[in-house]
Design a protein. Structure first.
Length: 481
C-alpha cells in the first residue's frame, strides 16, 4: 500500500540519514568539500559561483562611469541582434520580479477610472512549479484554492497568497494525459507529466478559454522542453507543440501569452521567435551564469507597458530610454547585475559552447552513474538532456508503471516541510541538493562541480551524482523491505 510505504519512510528518517552519512564516507566525499558542492548551481537560495569572464566584466565595469540606461540599452541591443528588431528586453532583479511586473502590466484590470472594477482571469495549465506562474490570481475552480497554502517559509497573506494581484483570478486547467496522484510523506498531489496528450490538452484549454472569454486576459506556462515537464512533443524545429498551441490560443483571443522560463537560456534555449509567445521571463543566475537577476524578453509592443512600469522606457520629454521611478522601481537590477547580464548574453551569442560543453560532459557522467543503479530500479527511468536549462533531467515516474510501487515520489510540499528524503538525505552526505520533487530530478553544472571557466570537474561531478544514486538505493530499501 502506497500510504503505508510513506509512513514507513517517515518512521525511518533517522536510519536513512545515518546510512546516508556512512555512504558519504564510503564513496570518499572529502570533508573539506562537504556542504560546498552539489547537483545544481541553479537554485536561487544557493547560486553557483560566477564564471571568470563574468567576474572580470563586473570588475571592469564597476570602475567606469556608465549611465544605467546605457547598460539597459546594451542588453536590449544584444537581444535585438539575435531575435530581431521586433523584440525588446527589460532586465529586473529576479525572475519572480519579472513575472510580477509582466502579469500586472498585461493581465490585471486597471486600478484607475470611475465605476466598479472588472475581474480578470488568466489560464495556467496544471503543471510543476505552480507557486510561481500560477500564484498571481485567486484560483479557479475553487478546489484549487488551497493548493499553495503550505509552500514557502511563510504562510498566509505574507506568503505566496500575498502575491495575488488586483481583481485577478487564475484558471487552473489539468492537462490531458497527465496524472495527479497523491504521494510523499507530506501526502500531496503530484503532477506527473510524461504522458501529456498535446492535442487533447490544447482542445481542453480552448474549451476553458471559451467558457471564460468575457474575463480572459492572458495565458501562462513554463518554457521548459523536457518530458518530465510535459513538453516532449515537438515540431521538426524542436519547438514545443504545447507552447505553440498556447500561443495560437492567445492570438485567437487577442491576449498575451507569458512564458516562465526561469531555468532557461536566452538565445540557445526555448526560442520566443518560434513558439510565438509574447514574453519570456528568465532567471539569469540559474542557467546563464550571470549574477542574480532576471530578464524579460518579448515582442516590442508587449514590452512597452512592462518597461514603463519599470521606469526604463524613456523620459516624459522624449528619449529612447530612461532609468527613473515608476510602479515597479523596486525591481531595479542594479549596475553589477546589468554588467553580468551583458557578459553572459555576449557569451551565449558568440560562444554558446561555454555552456553546452559542460552539459554534454555531465550527461555522460549521469548516464554512467545511474547505470550502477539496481536493474529493477532503472526500469522506467528517462534521462534527457536539456540545452534550454543546461540540465540533465532524470524522470522516474515510469518506475510506478503497471501498478508497481517504484522509487518513492516526494511532493513539493515535502521539500518545504523538510521530509523530501532525496533532498534532505543529500544534505546529510554533504551534497547540496537540486530540484527533485514530483518524480523529476534536474541535475546541472556549476555548484562546485565546474572550474573558473564553467567547465566540468569530473571527479566532483561524479561524487555528487554518485551520492544521489546511492541515496535512491537507501530510500528504496526502507520503502520496499
Amino acid at each position: 500500500m502506497k500510504f503505508k510505504m510513506y509512513k514507513k519512510l517517515q518512521v525511518n528518517i533517522a536510519n536513512i540519514y545515518a546510512e546516508a552519512k556512512k555512504v558519504a564516507d564510503e564513496i570518499g566525499i572529502p570533508q573539506e568539500l562537504r556542504g560546498k558542492f552539489g547537483l545544481t548551481g541553479a537554485i536561487s537560495g544557493c547560486p553557483a559561483p560566477l564564471r571568470r569572464d563574468v567576474q572580470e566584466a563586473i570588475h571592469k565595469g564597476t570602475s567606469q562611469v556608465v549611465p544605467l540606461a546605457a547598460l539597459v540599452d546594451e542588453v536590449r541591443a544584444l537581444v535585438k541582434s539575435v531575435y530581431g528588431d521586433a523584440y525588446d528586453a527589460a532586465p529586473v532583479n529576479t525572475c519572480e520580479a519579472g513575472l510580477w511586473v509582466s502579469f500586472d502590466s498585461l493581465f490585471t484590470p486597471p486600478n484607475l477610472g470611475r465605476g466598479d472594477n472588472y475581474r480578470a482571469r488568466y489560464l495556467a495549465p496544471y503543471e510543476k512549479h505552480m507557486h510561481h506562474q500560477a500564484s498571481y490570481g485567486r484560483p479557479f475552480p475553487p478546489r484549487f484554492k488551497d493548493f499553495i497554502a503550505d509552500r514557502g517559509s511563510t504562510p498566509g497573506e505574507l506568503g505566496f497568497y500575498g502575491k495575488r494581484q488586483n481583481n485577478t483570478d487564475v484558471i487552473i486547467v489539468p492537462m490531458e494525459g497527465a496524472e495527479y496522484p497523491v504521494h510523499g510523506i507530506k501526502y500531496w498531489p503530484v503532477p506527473l507529466l510524461t504522458k501529456v496528450d498535446v492535442k487533447k490538452t490544447l482542445a481542453k484549454m480552448a474549451k476553458v478559454a471559451e467558457r471564460h472569454a468575457s474575463t480572459l486576459t492572458g495565458i501562462t506556462s513554463l518554457g521548459y522542453e523536457s518530458p518530465g515537464y510535459g513538453y516532449a512533443d515537438k515540431d521538426r524545429d524542436g519547438v514545443s507543440l504545447l507552447q505553440k498551441g498556447y500561443s495560437a490560443l492567445a492570438r485567437e483571443y487577442d491576449i498575451p501569452y507569458v512564458i516562465d522560463n526561469a531555468w532557461g537560456l536566452p538565445f540557445v534555449g526555448t526560442d520566443i521567435t518560434k513558439n510565438g509567445a509574447d514574453a519570456q521571463v528568465y532567471s539569469m543566475d540559474k542557467a546563464t551564469g550571470s549574477a542574480t537577476s532576471g530578464l524579460i524578453i518579448g515582442k516590442e509592443d508587449v514590452l512597452v507597458p512592462i518597461r514603463r512600469a519599470l521606469g526604463m522606457h524613456g523620459d516624459r520629454w522624449g528619449t529612447t530610454a530612461s532609468y527613473g521611478k515608476a510602479a515597479y522601481v523596486t525591481q531595479d537590477p542594479g549596475k553589477e547585475a546589468l554588467l553580468a547580464q551583458i557578459a553572459a548574453l555576449g557569451v551565449l551569442k558568440e560562444r554558446p559552447e561555454v555552456l553546452t560543453k559542460p552539459l554534454d560532459d555531465l550527461e555522460k557522467i549521469v548516464r554512467d552513474e545511474f547505470a550502477a543503479l539496481a536493474p529493477e530500479l532503472q526500469k522506467g527511468i528517462i534521462i534527457t538532456k536539456s540545452y534550454n536549462s543546461t540540465a540533465i533531467e532524470v524522470n522516474y515516474e515510469g518506475t510506478w508503471a503497471d501498478g508497481k510501487m517504484g522509487i518513492p515520489i516526494f511532493s513539493i510540499e515535502d521539500m518545504y516541510a523538510g521530509t523530501h528524503l532525496l533532498q534532505a538525505g543529500l544534505s546529510q552526505m554533504g551534497v547540496i541538493p537540486t530540484i527533485a520533487y514530483d518524480a523529476n530530478i534536474y541535475i546541472s553544472p556549476g555548484l562546485g562541480t565546474t572550474d573558473e571557466d564553467g567547465q566540468i570537474v569530473e571527479e566532483r561531478a561524479r561524487l555528487a551524482v554518485r551520492a544521489l544514486v546511492r541515496l535512491i538505493e537507501i530510500v528504496c530499501k526502507y520503502a520496499h523491505n
